[in-house]
Design a protein around this ligand. Structure first.
Ligand SMILES: NC(=O)c1ccc[n+]([C@@H]2O[C@H](COP(=O)([O-])OP(=O)(O)OC[C@H]3O[C@@H](n4cnc5c(N)ncnc54)[C@H](O)[C@@H]3O)[C@@H](O)[C@H]2O)c1
Length: 339
């Protein structure tokens, strides 16, 4: 570890950022940061010439790095990682050991052990770690969390969350468990586990059970095959039962079915995508048979996580202990995959 990692980070007026992996989501997030004006997009690294070229269209002044080592020795303040999932943990740890802050795509690691190692490296370096749990930043989920936190729903005893994607991923690495860490549960279920825990104040998770399916047939939870349909139930020590279901390539009659329902003794709340959209969400607060809409589209939520991270970086924030929440999410996924 170099000397920089031993010192607390200071406020930086326009941090210099490197972008590692500028594929589909990497380009989106890079554009968001460029639009924010909060940071300087100083360097890009991607083995694909086509993707590097696309990144340079967003940040024509950026230098091209030929490796992670190049990025880490360029005097940057932070890196944004959007590479295939298997690389996230080791790349994040290398960045922390070099004294940089990190914003990483989900999943932060393929297993709890990987995620734990990243969070420990961030804590040791006292550097900011952000993960792109983007749905936390929808207005609907923010309003529902406020209702739960204020006690308006009473004791929340049940939560049901779904994320069905009629298409599924388009890159082969998603279907190789060694590279992705898992199928639909890892890809989409991690958002649902995170949303449930974040909304409910991150209570301890007790029993977890999951069922995995590939091409309509059950597969073992520890199978090397990746599931295209997963369901899981887990209990929280607050007494809440959480059920999640997620899938790729489901005959859903629309592009996507995304929703989160929270049922309490004094009320309920639901978050749902509108018309099968991946982007448009509404949220409602229910009391008995009455419903009050509390959020509606349009909104620009997808840039929320990375913008918040950039604002914290500019303010000089170091390690945030809330990063422990990423370890809990990974622990639930490990238990779904019988690891
Ligand atoms: N937060 C979200 O909601 C969300 C949405 C979509 C994808 N993701 C996550 O983002 C990650 C990337 O997904 P994607 O769909 O953009 O995949 P992608 O395949 O389009 O992009 C990955 C990029 O990484 C590059 N790459 C591969 N190895 C590299 C290396 N060693 N160094 C630098 N670059 C390297 C590839 O060339 C490619 O351009 C995945 O982990 C995925 O789970 C998150």
């Amino acid at each position: 570890m170099n000397g920089a990692a031993q010192q607390r980070p200071a406020a930086v007026s326009r941090p210099r950022i490197g972008f590692l992996g500028t594929g589909r989501i990497g380009l989106f997030r890079m554009q968001s940061l460029a639009d924010s004006g909060l940071v300087e997009a100083a360097m890009v690294a991607d083995p694909s010439p086509e993707m590097r070229e696309a990144a340079l269209k967003i940040a024509p002044e950026a230098e091209v790095a030929s490796s992670l080592d190049d990025l880490l020795s360029a005097g940057l303040d932070a890196i944004v990682i959007a590479t295939p999932s298997a690389l996230h943990a080791e790349q994040s740890i290398a960045a922390f050991e070099a004294g940089l802050a990190v914003f990483c795509q989900k999943p932060l690691g393929r297993t709890e052990a990987e995620v734990r190692a990243v969070v420990d490296a961030a804590r040791k370096a006292d550097r900011l770690l952000g993960v792109d749990f983007s749905y936390r930043h929808t207005a609907g989920m923010q309003r529902i969390r406020e209702l739960v936190t204020a006690g308006t729903l009473g004791h929340v005893f049940a939560a049901d969350l779904v994320f069905h994607n009629a298409y599924g991923p388009d890159k082969p690495w998603f279907f190789d468990k060694a590279l992705s860490g898992g199928g639909a549960a890892m890809d989409l279920g991690c958002h649902l586990v995170d949303l449930a825990l974040w909304t409910l104040g991150c209570p301890e998770v007790t029993d977890v059970s999951g069922r995995l399916v590939r091409n309509g047939q059950p597969i073992r939870n520890d199978s090397d095959d990746v599931e295209d349909y997963a369901s899981a139930t887990f209990m929280l020590d607050s007494g809440t039962q959480v059920r999640i279901a997620c899938s790729w390539h489901l005959h859903a009659g629309r592009d996507a079915v995304i929703g989160a329902e929270f049922y309490g003794t004094d009320g309920g709340a639901s978050f749902s995508n509108v018309g099968g959209s991946f982007l448009d969400f509404r949220a409602d607060h229910h009391t008995g048979t009455g419903t009050r809409q509390i959020a509606e589209p349009p909104e620009d939520w997808m840039r929320g996580a990375i913008t918040q991270w950039a604002e914290q970086l500019v303010a000089g924030q170091g390690f945030d202990p809330a990063a422990e929440e990423f370890v809990t999410v990974a622990n639930v996924l490990d238990r779904i995959y019988a690891r």
